[in-house]
Each structure stands twice: as C-alpha cells, then as structure tokens.
Design a protein around this ligand. Structure first.
Ligand code: NAD
Length: 715
C-alpha cells in the first residue's frame, strides 16, 4: 500500500504500476470535498516518493467516477473573504498540478459520471479512457460559477479553444462519442474492457510508445494560436456565448473570458486568471441562487424519497377524465412504466386523451428517442374505457374531470364504490380544497390531492396535497406514484390553491391592479420577461386559459376574501366576459395565428388594447421597477404566508415549487431567495411604498420580525 485514506487509496497493481482509486468512505458517490482534495495531495506526495514507480492508473471504486465538487461545502466556502477563498483555490490547484507533474505517465479509467472537479481530475491525467457508460463535462456555469480546478486552463489546450468554449459555456454533459470526437478523451471502450484497455495504454506510455511528456507541455504552456486566430476564435465565441446565456447569466461569458485571457499564458499564471474569474462569479447573486437551488433540489428529492418509503409500488393506475390533463397523466404514467386505465364519460374525451398521448409518443419516435415497438407497447398500456371495468385492480386513481366542485364530489363518491378499500384516490384539482372534496367520501383517509401542471409530460412538479383526514400512507402512495412517473413531488397541506396557485393568483391580482392604474399589458409582459419569467402575466393567462384562470380566481377569492377579492372589474374579468379565453379559442390579451409548424403565434390585437384602455381607471406613472415590484410583492408575501401557516414544509419546497411549477427564474432561486437577496428589511420597505394597494402588499408580522432581526430564510 502506498497510501490509504478515507477518500482514496494508492497501491501497486503490478510491476511499478500503481492504482490510485477514488472510493469515498460512507458515501454512495465520489466527490471532491475537502478530505478528498487533501488526500489527493498526500497520495501524490507518497507517489512521488516511490522509487520504483513507473506509471499511475486512476480509477474509481464506485459506479460513478467523481460527480464533482462537494456542493454542500460551497455555502460556507463561498462566505470566505477573497484572500481565503483564493488561498483555498490555489491550494486545490497546487494539488492538481502536483499530480499532473508526477514523474511517470498517468491514465484515467473513466467508468461513470465525471463532471466538474471530477473531469478536471481527468484533465490533469495524461490520457483519458472512457467507458461507454460514462459522461463527462464541466457543468459549473449551471451553478453560476466557472471551473476552479484548472478546467478553463487544461480543456482549451486539450480540445482546442472553440470546443472548450462550447463545453464550458453551455455546461453540457458530453456523451462518449461526442467527447471522443472533440478529443476530450483518447478512447471509448465497453465498461467490461475499461480497466484492461486503460492499463494497456499506460503500459504503452511507460514503454515510450506514446510521448506523454509532449502532452504535458501542451497542457502547461500557452495555447498554440496566433494572435489573429485567437482573436477570431474568442471574439466569435464570446458573442455566441453572450447571446445564448442572456443578460442574467454572467457565468458563461466570464468563463469564456477566463479562457481568452489565460490562453496566452503558462499554467501558473493561467490558473491565477481562472481563480480571479472564479472569485468574481462566486460573489454574484446568481451563483448564490443557483447553488442554493441545487441544495434545495437535493433536499426536496430526499424528502420525497422519505415520504415514499411506506408507499409500496403502484402497479396499476387509473385516471378519470381523458381531457388535456387526463391524457397527459395517462401518457406519463404509461411512458414511465405504470399501466393505466383512462375513463371518460364521452367517447370524444377518450379520443382526445388517446390522441394527446399518441402525439407525444409519435414525437419521441420521430426524434429517434423511442422505437415504434416501444411506442405501441406504451399505447397498449393505456386502456381507455367508458366504464369502471378494471378499476378494482388500480392502486391509485387520479381524478381529472372538469374543475367544478359539484361534479368532482359526485365523480369521486361514485368512483369510491368501484375501487378497493385500500386503493388511493387523488384529485388533480387546481384549486378546490381537498378537505372539502373529501366530505363526499366514505374513506377520506384514502384521499388526497395530486396536482399536476400543464403540460404534464414537461412540467416536473407535482403537488401532493394532504387534506385534514388524509392518512400518511395515502401521502406515501401518491408520492411514490409521482416518483414512478419521473416527477418531483412536494407535499403541501390543504388550502385553496394549495401552494403554487395560491401564490400565482396574488401575482395576477398585482397585474390587474397595474392595468387599472394605467400600465400597458404588453409592457408588463416585457418587464416580467426581463425579470426572467418564461412569459409575462398577460401571455401566461392566455396560455393557462382566461376562463380557467377566472374560475380559479373565484375560488381563491372565496378562500381568502380579505385580500383576493377585487373591488373593481379587472382586465382579466373583462376578457373572460368577452369570451376571450386565450390560446384555446385563439383570442385573449393577444390574438393567436398558427405558424408554419402549426404552433400558435402571438400577435397584437387592437380590441384587447381598447379593452385595456377601458379597464384603466388612473394614470399612475410606472417605471419598470414599479412594475416589477408591484408584480413580485404579492407573490412573495403570499409565499411567506404559506410558510407561516404550515402549508409548506420549508423554504426549499417553496422555492423549488415556484421554479418547477411556474418557471420562476432559476438565477433568482425562488420567491424566498428573492427576499433573502434583497434583505427582509429592504423588501418590507419596498412593500410599504405600495401599501395603498391593499392587503396583498402588507408584509406579514413574521417578515417584519425577520427584517428587524436581520434574518434570512436560507442560511
Ligand atoms: P378538460 O376539460 O380538458 O377535461 C376534462 C375531461 O373530463 C373531459 O374529457 C370530460 O369529458 C371528462 N369528464 C367530465 N365528467 C366526467 C366524469 N364524470 N367521469 C369521467 N370523465 C369526465 O379539463 P382539464 O384541463 O384536463 O382539467 C381537468 C382537471 O385538471 C381540472 O380539475 C383542472 O382544474 C385540473 N388542472 C388543469 C390544468 C390545466 O392547465 N388544464 C392544470 C392543472 C390541473
């Protein structure tokens, strides 16, 4: 044994060849935490001291290679002052450099995921052999930072500046073929041949058949480009990167600049440039939000797995209502392997549901992502029906009929008679209280909400709603089913609108008030899209359906009359009354025409503008900041209320719910992170400036207390 640590070991395999194996104790994956970094340094020193050493093979003892840096350490690490953070980064790079400088050739066998720091470790080796089961890449920009262990220095020197710019600025994972084509790895082999092939390559390098030293010279000296080539490569590259990343994401362009500046330098200076850019990005609010969101995502997934433990497998599902949602649910369930019965009262409904599923499957087949055989197998596992035949076999039954409490109660009560006593019934209602719907049932403990988002196949979030009488085993079963469907469930307590719609409607109310006060809805859309929302509020209402939104707003107003009932006729009500329902009937705030691909194209409509002029009751001067504040304050305050009232488990669920449910901009992290970044005090002061707009703009007592104590939602 040359070195034995908690994260890695080094020992002789044969004849002067050492194996450095990453295998982090007590963890299912390898990652570059502080321990791993320190031990890599120690193991490297030990290897240098081995007189008979001829070569080093780098491997992993896990199914992944190294997933990357340990992001759970980032929050504390990134709080360090610049000098200390620089010290940490410099030390880490000293370790990688020392490994790269070993007096013998090195080959890495990349058996599985090698991302971020994991792939930077691979780049520090002389040769890279990749299994067909592995993926590689530098995804740091997705966390709002750039690679910090020499990635922006070594990658351009290994695969060329143009390719490196693409790899780093997109942060995309690279599959074996693509990695080989670009030269990021030297060979791709089947998993079972990986170690042998890597060892063979190492022996050839030891025998002098490959000049590993020449490779090192390439990696540690300036990129070989003349000034004109360098300018062309980086100028074009940067323009492309800036355009793709948009103005909210500084990391891709900063990473590109890091590569441009370090290209003409030797390794030591080049790494200093990388560290400069790294620190600059660490200090951005975007990186704080993205790192925070990553951690929230992990917390949400862990919680879901915890809830699902007692859920048992869902072997057969059923859905009631074959409309937009029912069809989507049937598709997703079948596609992910849970057979499903789909019942409707109308033949037309069934046809629509099957058509919806068929369309999605055909798209997969045409894109080469599914075989025709698999498509027919999936379609066959959706059994359409006009009766309850087979419902006694279903473990979970999802109700997705029209959003009408009377209809839903009747359908649920009838369904309960056709299903097993231990089966779980769930409603996909968007707004109606689960506790209220449960009153119609004999077994309310077996009932909960399962709120999907439209379109079901594309939206990752599912809210699982616990009514007053819902049992924990019911929650467990439905969470399990959501996970089987490949969704991310969050468990919330019951209230009108649950979580996502409850906070979305105050946002829409903010919109109605803006139009009342004279804002142009096209400008509001533009400002909120500039804020990072995937679409502005008027366009969003058109997409959701103004009739759907109107009915839901009524439910919300009944549930929270103190703040969600308007005392004026808002533009959305006027649109509803004029039967302008949005995309579904081709006219709403905008007019929709089919484009060449048959997709609805948004166009301006004079009548909508005239209606907005009628809805206007004042001419308040409104800056972009006013618009943004007046839209965001109600949503943020309602989110805080959901935390205060225990509707949500914690801030992680809150922010993930908004990101996954409505496409809240990831670089802002979510409504609570938005308050945190502004500071609760500044947020309350901002809300107070709009206090005359009513109770939706009134911060809660808890938020004022946080403001007074300088507290944050996230640590
Ligand atoms: P939809 O009108 O497209 O479909 C409803 C279907 O239910 C119709 O096919 C209808 O024939 C059928 N139906 C009516 N009564 C029935 C009964 N007794 N038994 C069986 N089928 C019956 O509606 P949708 O948009 O799919 O919405 C369904 C539910 O999902 C609603 O509760 C809605 O609030 C909720 N939801 C909708 C969206 C959305 O964006 N569309 C998003 C989330 C949740």
């Amino acid at each position: 044994m040359i070195y034995q640590g908690k994260a890695l070991t080094a020992k002789y395999l044969e004849d002067g060849i050492a194996e450095l194996c990453f295998d982090l104790e007590g963890d299912s994956v390898n990652k570059f935490n502080r321990v791993t970094l320190q031990e890599l340094g120690e193991a490297t020193t030990a290897l240098v001291g081995e007189a008979g050493l001829k070569g080093v093979l780098v491997t992993s003892g896990k199914s992944v290679f190294i997933v990357g840096a340990d992001i759970t350490e980032f929050t504390e690490l990134f709080k360090l002052p610049d000098a200390e953070l620089r010290g940490w980064a410099q030390q880490a790079n000293d370790v990688f450099n020392a490994f790269e400088d070993l007096p013998v050739p090195t080959v890495v066998a990349i058996n599985g995921v090698a991302l971020g720091g994991g792939f930077e470790m691979c780049l520090a080796c002389d040769y890279r052999v990749m299994s067909t089961a592995a993926i590689v890449g530098l995804p740091e920009v997705k966390l709002g930072i750039n690679p910090g262990f020499g990635g922006t220095v070594r990658l351009p020197r290994v695969i060329g500046c143009d390719n490196a710019m693409l790899w780093v600025a997109t942060g995309n994972q690279q599959k074996p073929d693509a990695a080989l084509k670009d030269g990021g790895v030297d060979a791709v082999v089947a998993p079972e041949l990986l170690k042998e092939a890597s060892l063979d390559l190492l022996k050839s390098a030891i025998a002098g058949e490959f000049d590993y030293k020449a490779r090192r010279v390439e990696k540690t000296t300036p990129v070989k480009l003349n000034d004109i080539e360098r300018m062309m490569s980086f100028t074009t590259g940067k323009a492309m990167v800036a355009q793709q990343a948009g103005r909210h994401m500084p990391a891709p362009l900063t990473a590109a600049k890091s590569m441009e500046r370090n290209a003409g330098l030797n390794r030591a200076e080049a790494i200093e440039v990388e560290i400069d850019h790294f620190i600059k990005l660490v200090r951005t609010p975007q990186s704080a939000a993205l790192v925070g969101l990553f951690l929230s995502e992990q917390a949400v997934s862990k919680a879901a797995r915890g809830f699902a433990k007692a859920g048992g497998d869902v072997k057969q599902a059923a859905v009631l209502g074959a409309g937009i949602m029912g069809g989507g649910i049937a598709y997703q369930s079948a596609y992910k392997g849970t057979p499903i019965l789909m019942k409707d009262i109308a033949e037309a409904g069934i046809e629509l549901g099957m058509k919806e599923a068929g369309k999605l499957l055909a798209k997969r087949v045409s894109r080469g992502r599914m075989t025709a055989d698999k498509m027919s197998a999936v379609l066959n596992s959706i059994r359409p029906s006009l009766s309850y035949d087979g419902f006694d076999k279903a473990d979970v039954i999802v109700e997705a009929v029209v959003e009408n409490p009377k209809v839903k109660r009747a359908v649920l009560a009838e369904t309960e008679k056709h299903i097993r006593n231990d089966a779980v019934l769930a409603s996909n209602t968007s707004t109606i209280s689960i506790t209220h719907l449960a009153e119609a049932l004999e077994r309310p403990e077996n009932f909960c909400g399962m709120h999907f988002f439209n379109p079901v196949h594309a939206m990752p979030l599912v809210e699982v709603i616990r009514g007053e009488k819902t049992s924990e085993s019911t929650v467990a079963r439905v969470v399990k089913y959501a996970l089987q469907m490949g969704k991310t469930p969050i468990v919330v307590n019951d209230c009108p609108g649950f979580y996502v719609n409850r906070v979305l409607f105050p946002y829409f109310a903010g919109f109605d008030m803006l139009i009342r006060d004279g804002a142009d809805f096209r400008k509001v859309d533009k400002v909120m899209e500039g804020f990072g929302m995937p679409m502005g509020p008027a366009y969003l209402m058109d997409v959701v359906g103004i009739d759907t939104g109107y009915h839901a707003a009524e439910v919300m107003a009944d549930g929270f009359p103190d703040r969600m009932r308007h005392d004026f006729t808002g533009i959305s009500q006027m649109m509803f009354e004029a039967k302008r329902y949005g995309q579904k009937n081709g006219i709403g705030f905008y007019r929709y025409e089919e484009d060449k691909k048959g997709k609805p194209k948004k166009c301006e409509d004079d009548t909508a503008l005239e209606m907005a002029a009628k809805a206007k009751q004042a001419s308040v001067e409104l800056s972009d900041d006013d618009i943004q504040a007046r839209m965001m304050i109600p949503m943020c305050i309602e989110t805080v209320r959901c935390i205060d009232e225990g509707i949500l488990r914690d801030p992680a669920d809150a922010d993930m719910g908004l990101v996954m449910g409505i496409g809240f901009p990831v670089f802002r992290g979510g409504a609570l992170r938005y308050i945190d970044q502004m500071g609760a005090k500044a947020f309350c002061e901002m809300a107070d400036r709009y206090a005359d707009l009513g109770p939706l703009y009134q911060p809660t007592a808890s938020l004022r207390a946080m403001a007074a104590n300088g507290e944050t939602f996230f640590k």
